[in-house]
Design a protein around this ligand. Structure first.
Ligand code: PLP
Ligand code: COI
Length: 345
């Protein structure tokens, strides 16, 4: 199969329309047949619930080319399960896991020419999403929905690739205690646009959120979980005191990689902002970010600097990143079932 004529190494994390998306409608109490489409636009009633009450959930996962000529994707079963959970929280009919996995497979296969070649640092990002299409005017769930998957080739999330990023603590909150912070729903991201704008306009790369109730504990950024390495080389993972951190598949995978493959001690616990001086390394992790090192976190006149302020990733996060990417790209054998083969490249 001939690849598209693209400068793969120059890709950023942006939308490039590919050949196929996947679409399936829910009407009169049942999901339809669904299938691939070459249409990349959506026509909606002006009264659709997604437009007024943000009844929408989404996912993010990547397909990779491996060194030995296959196209694979990473733990799509966990995306399917998380999307079912997200849908339930927003009173939407879950798109069944087996159908989700089949749709992922179909859309990757159909867009195989868009999967960046091995060694370019790129991947095919899949964005499954689902939204209320019914014209319900009162604040009630829709009776009609659309599930779609769009595919787009991507490069690094941050402009600097894996260069360390600088973060500022947001004065605003991302998620209410016992709210929807742990749900992958578009409404949480609308909340984060203003704080993100504030952060970047002050010269930072990202905003960090603290727990909304006490503003004591570190939660996450608008698009990634936060992980730390202490001076004894242990991986410390920030746990929410109010169930408002998104359960990152990357973070859960890193915990397993650290414990079971690298023999590291892992501690999952609430992390106070005022103890950040106890950490040697800090990183952001997620599907889009993979692992990006954090150079510093600033809150007014307090600044914590990690890895000695170096412009390179620290050794422990570097090892974790190399191992995780190695598994995702089929170079290192990971735990059973993590890497799912889709087709030949
Ligand atoms: N936190 C937020 C708010 C996110 O949007 C994401 C991205 O999906 C993550 C964390 C990382 O989650 P995952 O590793 O499942 O992509
Ligand atoms: C992802 O990592 O897949 C995300 O969805 C994060 C962000 C781009 C919203």
């Amino acid at each position: 199969m001939e690849k598209k004529d693209i400068d793969w190494e120059a890709l950023d994390f942006g939308y490039h329309q590919t050949d196929y998306s996947y679409v399936c409608d829910y009407e009169r109490g049942a999901w339809g047949e669904g299938g691939l489409t070459t249409s990349h636009t959506v026509t909606l009633s002006e009264c659709a619930t997604v437009l007024h009450y943000c009844q929408e959930v989404f996912e993010g996962l990547k397909a990779y080319s491996t060194q030995d000529g296959r196209i694979v994707c990473f733990r799509p079963d966990l995306n399917a399960e998380r999307m079912e959970e997200s849908a339930r929280r927003l009173i939407m009919p879950p798109f069944p896991k087996e159908r989700f996995l089949e749709a992922v497979r179909e859309v990757i296969k159909a867009n195989a020419a868009w999967v960046p070649p091995f060694g370019t640092g790129g991947s095919l990002y899949l964005r499954p999403f689902m939204f209320g299409t019914g014209d319900t005017l009162g604040v009630r769930p829709s009776s009609a929905y659309q599930f779609r998957i769009l595919a787009t080739p991507v490069g690094p999330y941050f402009k600097g690739g894996v260069a360390p990023v600088r973060i500022i603590v947001s004065d605003y909150d991302r998620a209410a205690p016992h709210g929807t912070g742990s749900v992958k729903a578009g409404l949480n991201y609308a909340m984060s646009l203003w704080p993100h704008e504030m952060a970047t306009s002050q010269g930072y790369d990202e905003a960090l959120y603290l727990d909304a109730a006490t503003r004591t504990f570190v939660e996450e950024t608008g698009g990634a979980n936060v992980i730390f390495v202490d001076f004894d080389g242990r991986l410390v993972v920030a746990k929410s005191v109010s169930n408002s951190i998104l359960p990152s598949i990357t973070r859960r995978s890193l915990v397993t990689v650290a414990r079971e493959m690298l023999g590291m001690e892992v501690i999952e616990r609430p992390v106070r902002f005022d103890e950040l001086g106890n950490f040697a390394e800090c990183g952001l992790c997620g599907t889009a970010t993979v692992i990006v090192p954090v150079e510093s976190i600033c809150d007014y006149d307090t600044e914590y600097v990690f890895n000695g302020g170096s412009d390179e990733m620290g050794p422990v996060l570097g090892k974790l990143r190399e191992t995780l990417l190695g598994i995702q790209e089929g170079v290192i054998e990971g735990p059973e079932g993590w890497v799912v083969e889709i087709c030949k490249a």
